[in-house]
Design a protein around this ligand. Structure first.
Ligand code: DC
Length: 232
């Protein structure tokens, strides 16, 4: 049995990782979780799943009232297992569908509604509190500042904009590189009006992955987690 990582005697629950799209946040967080025997919570998936749900109802995510109406019957479930990741809305398995450019283009509309943010944040805190693991790597945009500002480890994972665009276009095969880069920059601009995920809040450690490959980024994040918690 491995020892539960602790900090000042308290059990570590959340490791908070924020960053923009294409910083490598999701794949790095998943791998770090796997390496530590932690859970992995992709908070962007909740916003994406809600955007999918709004579109699925034939509504427009630019319409805040339609978004709020959709929240009322949003039956969302997500796996915290980094080796078995899935996302559901009701009976629909939407793991792949929420990555569609149609959803990516609509998601900022749901993420800017304050009542949506409050409701998903409460859900994130209870998912972490109830998770049957020593800790959970929670990744998003406002995790270090709003959702878990007291987490023992808080990281901002960044990369230069052109590197992020190149990584994202390697992932999205249904659009050309220029369209992917334009969509990414447009979404960053819209999202950064809601939460500032491009500058680190006090006490947040920056890991810049511009010059790092995937394995090096995972190592850099593990080192910060290790310093903060003793988990390795
Ligand atoms: O990380 P991602 O690209 O899957 O996130 C999808 C959208 O959700 C993104 O446009 C910003 C928003 N988001 C947010 O506002 N706050 C979070 N904690 C996570 C994501």
């Amino acid at each position: 049995m491995t020892d539960t990582p602790t900090i000042d005697g308290a059990e570590v629950r959340a490791v908070a990782i924020d960053g923009p799209a294409g910083s490598g946040k999701s794949s790095v967080s998943k791998d770090v979780a796997r390496r530590l025997g932690f859970g992995y919570l992709d908070t962007g998936a909740a916003y994406r799943a809600l955007a999918w749900h709004v579109l699925n109802r034939g509504a427009d995510t630019a319409d805040a009232d339609a978004v709020l109406a959709a929240v009322a019957d949003f039956d969302f479930a997500i796996s915290l297992d980094p080796d078995d990741y899935w996302v559901r809305v009701g009976d629909a398995l939407v793991t792949e569908a929420i990555r569609d450019p149609r959803v990516s283009g609509a998601v900022s509309g749901v993420a800017r509604v304050p009542a949506v943010r409050e409701s998903v944040n409460a859900l994130f805190r209870s998912l972490v509190a109830e998770a049957d693991v020593p800790g959970v790597i929670v990744e998003g945009r406002d995790i270090t500042t709003v959702v878990f500002p007291d987490a023992p480890v808080r990281i901002l994972l960044t990369a230069a904009p052109e590197v992020r665009a190149a990584r994202r276009s390697a992932e999205v095969t249904t659009q050309d590189a220029a369209a992917v880069a334009a969509a990414l920059h447009q979404r960053d601009a819209a999202d950064s009006k809601v939460v500032d995920f491009l500058t680190a809040a006090p006490g947040v450690t920056v890991v810049d992955s511009t010059e790092l490959d995937f394995a090096q980024t995972v190592e850099a994040v593990l080192a910060v987690v290790g310093e903060g918690t003793g988990a390795r």
